[in-house]
Ligand binder design. Structure first.
Ligand code: ATP
Length: 213
């Protein structure tokens, strides 16, 4: 990755871009992930790249919901895998919750690379999308794992696509998301929406869960 001096006023933002670009080069993140990141950044700029008080409240709500869940599952896509690998793994061990790979632009190779990447970062078990068990959607995102999302009562799906979020809600699951765009279909449909950057929200969520535990 390119070296960016810590003194640079946009250090965090530039590092995040570097991670996403690296993710594409490694075949973990899709090229479309670059665009999604750009959309997120625009909204982050508007909230001054800080976690708002409202987001902090939602993080508390999400922490409670995840700890109360009978069968929580964390869904990981290519952007989340490169932006916060340690954090999603840490979160899964802490709750505890299963980790499942789930990407929008289906590719067996990319799914495998995400799994390997998470294992490299310390994940013990990573579930893969295997069967078309998500109802109400037609495209290839209906695939999920029978022991993962299919069975979950609470699904944590950061940076999610609106159709799938709505489908999970229709399947009577509680959905928690992190999405910088408060107007996205996901942000509007989820049970708990944390409008914040995943890179800031996840460490705060982990802290909150530790406090509650
Ligand atoms: P929807 O289908 O829910 O209306 P969309 O089509 O705009 O959403 P996708 O490309 O499916 O969005 O998902 C990306 C979402 O994640 C966008 O809403 C974007 O703002 C948000 N996002 C991108 N990067 C980040 C990030 N680093 N942290 C939090 N949210 C992000």
């Amino acid at each position: 990755m390119k070296k960016i001096p810590k003194s640079h006023p946009r250090y965090e933002s530039l590092m995040t871009r570097e991670k996403i670009v690296k993710g594409v080069e490694l075949g973990i993140t899709s090229q479309h992930g670059l665009i999604a990141q750009g959309r997120g950044e625009a909204f982050d700029y508007l909230i001054k790249e800080r976690t708002t008080e409202k987001a902090k409240k939602k993080i508390k709500k999400a922490a409670k919901l995840l700890l109360k869940a009978k069968y929580p599952v964390i869904s990981v896509n290519g952007n989340v895998a490169v932006l916060a690998p340690k954090e999603v793994i840490g979160l899964s061990k802490l709750i505890p919750a299963k980790l499942e790979v789930n990407i929008f632009h289906k590719s067996k190779e990319r799914e495998e690379r995400i799994k390997e990447w998470l294992i490299k970062y310390g994940a013990k078990e990573v579930l893969m999308p295997e069967k078309p068990l998500i109802k109400f959607i037609e495209h290839n995102r209906r695939f999920c794992n029978p022991e993962g999302i299919a069975k979950a009562d609470v699904v944590f799906v950061p940076l999610e696509d609106g159709d799938r979020c709505k489908a999970l809600i229709k399947m009577k699951k509680k959905v928690i998301t992190v999405d910088l765009n408060p107007m996205s279909r996901t942000a509007k449909a989820a049970t708990v929406t944390i409008v914040d950057n995943i890179t800031r929200a996840l460490p705060l969520l982990i802290e909150e869960i530790k406090k509650l535990k």
